[in-house]
Every structure is written in C-alpha cells, then in structure tokens.
Design a protein around this ligand. Sequence first.
Ligand SMILES: [Ca+2]
Ligand SMILES: [Ca+2]
Length: 326
Amino acid sequence: MNLSWQLFCKRAKLIEDQKGIALILVLVVIALLVSLVVDFSYTMRVDLTLAANLRDEIKALYTARSGTEVARLMLKEDDPVYDSLDEDWAQFTEHPGFISQDDEGRFKGTIEDEASKMAINELVTEAGEVDEDRLKQLTRLFQLLELDLDLIDPILDWLDSDDRPRPLGAEDEYYQGLSPPYPCKDSPLSAVEELLLVKGMTEDIFYGDEEKKGLVHYLTTFSEGKVNINTAPSLVLQTLSDSIDEGLAQALIDYRQEEPFKTIEEVNNVPGVTAEIYSEINPVITVQSSTFSLRVEGQVRGIKKGIFMVLNRQGEEVRPIFWRAE
Ligand SMILES: [Ca+2]
Ligand SMILES: [Ca+2]
C-alpha cells in the first residue's frame, strides 16, 4: 500500500466522521426544535384554555348581573299594595322568558321576601333592652326547630347594649378570652351570619342540613321588622303566637293560596283566627314587603358565577343595599 493510498483512506475516514458528527448535530438540533415546538404548543394551549375560562367567567358574571337587573325590573313593576307568592317576582326562576336555552349565557335565580322571616334585630329595642314579645317569638322558633334553648341567653347578650352576662350568656369577658379574641357586638347584627360568632352557635345549628333547615333560613337583618303573612312559611307563622299551631298556620296558607291577603284585617276571615289572636299578632304582621333577597347564577359553557343581592324597594325605586359575588 503506497503512501498516497493511505492518505486517501485517512481523508475519506475523516470525511465520514465529520458527516457522522454533522448528522448527530442535525438530529440534536431537530430534537431541540421539536421539544421547543411541543412545549410552545402546550403552553399556548394552556394559555388559550385559561383565557377562554377567564372570558367565560367574566361573561358568566355579567350574565348574572343581567339577572339582577331583570329582578329589579320585576320588583319595580310589581304591585306594591301587597306582596305574595303568586306574583311574578316569586316565580323568577321559572319565568321562561328570561332563560335562554343556548350555552352562550343564561341565568337562573330566586327572589325571596325578607319579610317572610323573623327580624332578629327586633329582639332588642333602640334603648338596647330586650323586647319580651320578640323574645317569645325567638323562643318559639327554637322550640319548633328543636334547638337547645340555652343558646338564647348568649344571643341576647350579643345584641343587648349592656355588659352584664345572663345566667347562660356571655359578654365581652368571655369573647376576649377566646383565641383569637374578639369583642361582643352589644348592638344589632349587620348580617345574620354574625350569629356564628355567638357562644355555643355551630354551623349545624345555623345552616342546618338536608333533613332540617337551620336558623339562617328563618332570620333576617334586612326586613323592616314585621312578618308578611302572604309569604312566611308555616314555621314562621307559628312563631307569631302560642295560639298558632301547625293546623292554623296551614289554614292561613290555604286562605292566601285562594286569594292573597290585601290587608292585615283580612286575617280575621281565616277559620280559627280569634279576636285575641288578631290583637296579639296585628302589631307584627304585614301584607307588604320592601326588602327582597336575590340569588342569581350566571352560566356560560359550564362556568358558573353567582351573585347574592338584597334589594330595597321604596316607591318606584328599587336599589341594592347589599351584594356579594358567590
Ligand atoms: Ca306585590
Ligand atoms: Ca351585651
């Protein structure tokens, strides 16, 4: 083998090696590019999904807000002389004109009359003392719900202006000893949820469960104080007097289903309502309501956004006095 042949072979091998290295480099670059493209595509898809979800969340929230405007309009157009469950506002959810069938945005909701519940803040007078008649009403509510009456003293202490604990109650000294400590309210509640801060109150008692509704369903801080006999459930009607049992409450409901009460005097037409019962309940009943709570859920392609709002109606004006996103 001569020298030139050896040189030729070496050069050829070198070229082969260089080709191999180039091929590996190309493969590495392609692999890097592929992984970059896959990663980019994945990131883009995630970003796109996030953006679509955000878009649908915003659309769902504004769909719910549309629902609140429809509710305001219904209450504005409602006859304010009396308020009953056969009126349009009470059928808010079922109203077929207000729920679109496509997925591009629909809402559903309920309007509830706050005067269908007991006004918890009426327990205490403006002077900060307990109103004995309203205390009887709360006691009846506790009995009907089969709740421990020992919880009433702490509720009264929470609301009354003084700092003297009742036999089973609790004032600032008790609450300041908790971890973390907080002050006793000693004034009307801003929201019924505040009751969860009261000594002895539990979520089970307050919210109830599937079998039994809790206190939150029967108490309000938003009504003007009287109970609307056109909208109150049987249990709240029974809290009005020891003389109103389940049977008489049902008689009141049967009567209003035939024709809503237009005045409180009409309650005397209900079989079983005596002059004594009427004189006992007439200071605390009404047939009109001014405050309604509204729950609306907007939905867009499975994304849901809820709004809870309390609407106050004064004449032609219906305005929100409280709201929160849910
Ligand atoms: Ca009405
Ligand atoms: Ca107190």
